[in-house]
Design a protein around this ligand. Structure first.
Ligand SMILES: Nc1ncnc2c1ncn2[C@@H]1O[C@H](COP(=O)(O)OP(=O)(O)O)[C@@H](O)[C@H]1O
Ligand SMILES: [Mg+2]
Length: 239
């Protein structure tokens, strides 16, 4: 459902953020994207959503080439950006209505969906206040709800657990599992190895814009004589 072929991205003609990156994420898979700060995770995710464009390479989402069908790609994606600080002057409900309009979520569907997601993340009472007054965690939860409102098949989540309380993190992980059980794809970045260990069918480890590993965590541990994941990760990314 996600495919990158030989993608290269340079910022300001000098900073090479991605260097010949290729990978895919299939329907039914939760794939974790792991790497130290500045390794190219956010850049990859922004390329997948069409926010930025690659210098070279091809990108496909849900069967659509992003260059030829950018709108189809955007309709296919639920994206959580790395910062939840946006539209802060809007009230929670206003923000979700705006998102519902942009993604053309039918009005009948929209209200029940907003209510059930808000309930899941404990935001029902907060919806009538401006998002300016929300804590970081509440804003992050609003981003989760907004990303899922139009029932996108492909989820692209940039560090989605940051700022979530344990219950909300649990709910989100649960949603990720249910989503992939229905044959959809989840691609998310994380710093937290334990989260990747519990949740992912596969991980992709990136450093300096180059993919160092793409496979299951069991295989990675086997290759490294059953050392702890933390140690393997540090050794891999510090070389
Ligand atoms: N808008 C930008 N302009 C210039 N350099 C950028 C920009 N965004 C990211 N970079 C650089 O690209 C590299 C990858 O960054 P990023 O994709 O944000 O990494 P990650 O999300 O893994 O922390 C870093 O060296 C970063 O400094
Ligand atoms: Mg990032």
């Amino acid at each position: 459902m996600i495919r990158l072929e030989n993608v290269t991205k340079t910022y300001n003609k000098t900073v090479k953020a991605l260097d010949d990156v290729s990978f895919n994420v299939k329907g039914g898979e939760i794939v974790g994207f792991i790497g130290p700060n500045g390794s190219g995770k956010t850049t990859t995710m922004k390329l997948l959503t069409g926010i930025i464009k690659p210098d070279k390479g091809k990108i496909f989402v849900n069967g659509f080439n992003i260059k030829e069908d950018p709108i189809k790609v955007k309709e296919s994606i639920g994206y959580i950006a790395d910062s939840p600080d946006m539209f802060l002057r809007l009230k929670g409900t206003e923000f979700l209505q705006l998102i519902g309009d942009i993604y053309r979520v039918p009005t009948e569907d929209r209200q029940t969906r907003i209510e059930s997601l808000a309930e899941k993340f404990g935001l029902t009472k907060a919806l009538s206040s401006p998002m300016m007054s929300y804590s970081h965690g509440m804003r992050q939860k609003m981003m989760v709800i907004a990303a899922l409102l139009h029932k996108p098949p492909v989820w692209i989540l940039d560090e989605p657990m940051i700022g979530l309380d344990p219950k909300s993190a649990f709910e989100l992980k649960q949603l990720m599992r249910e989503h992939t059980k229905e044959g959809n794809a989840v691609f998310f970045s994380t710093h937290v190895l334990e989260v990747a260990e519990k949740l992912c069918d596969r991980v992709i480890i990136i450093k300096n814009g180059v993919i160092l590993y793409n496979g299951t965590l069991e295989e990675l541990e086997k290759q490294n004589k059953n050392e702890s994941l933390e140690k393997i990760f540090l050794e891999l990314t510090e070389k």
